[in-house]
Design a protein around this ligand. Sequence first.
Ligand code: 5AD
Ligand code: SF4
Length: 461
Amino acid sequence: MAKCFYIETVGCQMNVLDSELVAASLRRAGYEAVDSPRKADAILFNTCSVRQHAEDKIYSALGRLKNVKEHYPHKVIGVLGCMAQKDREQIFKRAPHVDLVVGPGQLAQLPSLLERIADGRGPQIEVSLDRKAGNRREIEESFERYDPARDAPARPFRHQAMVRIMLGCDKFCTYCIVPSVRGPEQSRPVEEIESEVRHLADQGCLEVTLIGQTVNSYQSTADGRTFRLSDLLYRLDGIEGIRRFKFVTNYPRHMTTDLLEAVRDLKRVSPYLHVPAQSGSNAVLKRMKRGYTVEQYREMLAATRETVPGAAVTSDFIVGFCGETEDDFQQTVDLVRQSRFRNSFIFKYSPRAGTKSAELYEDDVPDEVKRRRNNELLAIQNAISDEENRPLLGRTVEILVEGPSKASRKQPAGDMLQLTGRTVCDRIVVFQGHHRLIGTILPVRITQTNAFTLFGEPVIR
Ligand code: 5AD
Ligand code: SF4
């Protein structure tokens, strides 16, 4: 009988992709995926360390499994990803019933590590080197690349796929744990990315999202020339079958003219740009070591809007960073009011052990102040998102139909159901339609909008 695994994923798109790749490799090794930990022989958590809250949730989920392990000692409990890399052996101390700790740079070893546990060889741990534990080459090598081939059925959605174009990050923003847990920035070779995208196109994939922590600092050499993200986009644009390319996440300082022009000129590249600002105050940006001033961010935004009219720009903000005054926060409010982002993700600062900000600055903004600033900024952004969506009312937009909406998953199965799709600007559209529309690119007339969702009806041509 096949052994069963259950995998729970938190965190960013990089983790979502890693879990998809892990699931595919376990299936190839003869495991079967199940939808509940109860049915699983191996319970895996792919974890995130960006904020304390994400870690607390994993530790309490692990705590709840203690009893399960007592009753079913052969069930394997595994912690994968960023928290595995960050906490390492400490995980066994806090949760002694855990069998397996695997960093993001060792995921390829997962099937063999599970085998070792099955052979009775006890708890297993595989993580990469600490960023100060060797020279750059040694550290890079310890963060092994992990982009095995995928089969169409293994993907949650056949028509969409993420493709990693680079791993790691070298920016070391002072609040951020990513450079420690995901290792040095390494771009994948162009040929490798190209052949992965071709393979996906052959499988019927229509939309590819290129992912990297600072995706627009992509750089690699092939045939004696340097390829930047814009060059890569030109190269991929030649691949038949893919109808849309998106890329996330952008670093403001690398939003160069060649990239903006590629977005403008390549019709299959979506005019959707996620470019986190993090703060509107120069004093805060400096303490964050973001490497730009708010004036430079505004210039980047103006150039983006000029080169790619109608571009949907989204951002991230951290409120309550060390030493953030009311005046600093007001400058962030001004930036949000004036920038008219299509959407912003807003986070309360969470100090991370091992980062510069946790070492150098006091986490001196009280939690209730962080919460108030978070809510205030969110309300401003939501009002803007609502206003930015309204002009779409009555217009026809093209969407890639992704599948049944959350609400319709609870309804009895039928041919007609509530479906969701996405525009090129990454807006979600909900409509009533036949299930065979899933995986098609469809014109939809917008009949209603709010800050988060558009509602529409298919246009029959
Ligand atoms: N606390 C709060 N938010 C953080 N982010 C990264 N590190 C932290 C932290 N220590 C946010 C940033 C980043 C997003 C993915 O998470 O806004 O863009
Ligand atoms: Fe973290 Fe900054 Fe790198 Fe983004 S650019 S992953 S915020 S260090």
